[in-house]
Design a protein around this ligand. Structure first.
Ligand code: AMP
Ligand code: MG
Length: 518
């Protein structure tokens, strides 16, 4: 395996001069060198061929011992020096100080077909940023990250990618529900890929320490390599940089809302500066449509990161980034203008997205009400979001509407006569509204099916793959990976995955209850 290594990050940004692996506060540096831990018996259990292809890695390479050793940290690629990044973050609304790559180790950068990719291992051992934890990851959370990142990519949602999923054969102690019942689990490592793993928190840490010199260094590096179309460093460029980060963040979140993805831990250390979905922890997929839902049990009290609050939190996080970038700009108004624009754009883009889910493309002054009524009606009883929108593309007349979407209800007995009346009311107004569109039924269906996925990584599906993998059967990981490469396509052989969450999964750990323990 011969890679075209081209390291820019470690070459152009200041390194921590301290080379030992002690846990510490790291100042005036963007990263610290850190070597992955040797594992007991590494074994690659899945790889993403598409991602490998993007990196110039052949199918033959993927089978090699060398590849296995690189993506599990058992060998360091010649002439490269792995490192962990220093960042801070606001966690659940509070400034948490230095966090950093506590269990992520960046290996190197690969340049292929004019694209630069960072290759990072998650779960490869401790770094100076590991704080009180072990730097490791377990199979359960690694399968979840590995599958979901690729699923999101194929859904067209901006995201970091997965290259490989491996077992380490080391045991890792975890207390899944934080209730004093720790148990050993199988250790695993995901190699993940992104043009950049920089987070809002990388910028915040320098601002918090009033280290404007390094803050500027990092902003300049980021613009040079990832926002070069904005031009060379100047205050104007910095403002435009913030503007674009804001736009990308909003676009990403609108995609989340469209497909029913709930990130679960939108702390500023989990917000990518490129507007990519990053750090798949206690995330979840909406089953019943519910603005108040969060998969993260750690957040059960306040539900800060619930589905309906994600756009607000995006804005809150951008406020923190604005504060962090302020010393490079020293003017409040342009930053405020960007944040105000986010609110305006949110209304517009979210409205447009919801309209597209309904197959509406022309302007109509009643559409806001139509969508509001739909969202209210969807929340009357537990109604599966994915199934509802997918079935709706076959809508042709108001009378059969309720029948058409029946499969989306979790419990038909809950659908009272009053609720049926409200649905029929909505279907009537939807029918009338569709008469004002120019598309034929089949044209509309095609457009709706392109934005309303048929298959998403439902929480119980990932859990089934985890349970099987725990017993040494990795076939479901592959099956789901294949399925989710075509989430918008009809796949008759996979109809069984176009189904509501089974009842056994309703209150099961890993399906509806997830924690940050991973
Ligand atoms: P998260 O909530 O997973 O995004 O993690 C928040 C912070 O905790 C980051 O700085 C992570 O690197 C760190 N962290 C999470 N799990 C571990 C672990 N097992 N070992 C070391 N650091 C960790
Ligand atoms: Mg994180």
């Amino acid at each position: 395996m011969k890679l075209n290594i081209k390291n820019t990050f470690t070459k152009e940004l200041p390194a921590d001069p301290n080379l030992d692996n002690s846990r510490r506060q790291v100042t005036e540096a963007v990263f610290s060198y850190a070597t992955p831990k040797q594992t007991k018996a590494p074994k690659v259990i899945h790889t993403s061929k598409e991602m490998a292809d993007e990196l110039g890695i052949s199918e033959e390479d993927l089978q090699s011992e060398f590849f296995r050793d690189i993506v599990t940290g058992n060998q360091v690629y010649p002439n490269t020096k792995p490192y962990a990044m220093c960042y801070g973050g606001h966690q659940f609304g509070n400034w948490a100080g230095q966090l950093g790559d506590g269990r992520a180790i960046n290996l190197f950068e690969v340049e292929h077909q004019h694209k630069n990719w960072k290759v990072q291992l998650k779960g490869a051992g401790e770094t100076p940023y590991s704080r009180t934890a072990d730097g490791l990851a377990v199979l359960r959370s690694s399968i979840r990250e590995y599958l979901c990142a690729e699923a999101m990519f194929h859904l067209g949602v901006p995201t970091t990618r997965s290259l490989s999923l491996s077992l380490t054969d080391d045991d890792v102690l975890r207390d899944v529900l934080y209730n004093g019942n720790p148990a050993y689990e199988k250790g695993a490592i995901v190699s993940r890929i992104s043009p950049s793993f920089l987070r809002f928190g990388n910028f915040e840490i320098f601002a918090a320490r009033k280290d404007v010199k390094n803050l500027k260094n990092l902003v300049d590096y980021t613009i040079k390599h990832h926002f070069s179309h904005l031009g060379t460093a100047s205050k104007k460029t910095y403002i435009n940089f913030f503007k674009e980060v804001s736009e990308r963040t909003l676009d990403m979140i609108i995609h989340w809302q469209r497909v029913g993805f709930v990130h679960g831990v939108m702390n500023t250390d989990n917000m990518s500066i490129l507007g990519l979905t990053i750090d798949y922890g206690p995330y979840g997929w909406l089953e019943g449509f519910d603005f108040g839902w969060t998969p993260n049990t750690t957040d059960r009290q306040n539900k800060r990161y619930r589905y309906g609050n994600q756009p607000n939190i995006g804005l809150w996080n951008l406020y923190q980034l604005a504060n962090a970038l302020y010393p490079t700009i020293e003017e409040v108004e342009p930053l405020e203008a960007v944040l105000n624009q986010y609110k305006i754009d949110f209304e517009e883009k979210s409205f447009k997205m919801m309209k597209s889910k309904l197959g509406l493309f022309s302007d109509n002054k009643h559409d806001v009400q139509l969508i509001q009524n739909l969202e209210d009606t969807l929340q009357l009883v537990e109604t599966d979001m994915t199934i509802f929108f997918r079935l709706l593309s076959d809508f042709s007349d108001a009378k059969s509407g309720l029948n058409l979407i029946e499969k989306a209800f979790y419990n038909l007995d809950d659908v009272s006569d009053e609720i049926k009346r409200l649905w029929n009311l909505w279907f009537n107004s939807y029918f009338e509204r569709l008469q004002k569109e120019t598309l034929s039924n089949s044209e509309r269906k095609e457009k709706m099916d392109a934005v309303n996925p048929k298959y998403v990584l439902r929480n119980y599906m990932a859990q089934l793959a985890i349970d099987a993998a725990d017993d040494g059967d990795y076939s479901l990981i592959d099956e789901l990976n294949q399925l989710l490469k075509k989430p918008y396509s009809e796949q008759p052989e996979n109809e069984k995955w176009f189904a509501k969450r089974p009842e056994w999964a309703r209150n099961k750990v890993g399906c509806s209850m997830l924690s940050c323990s991973s």
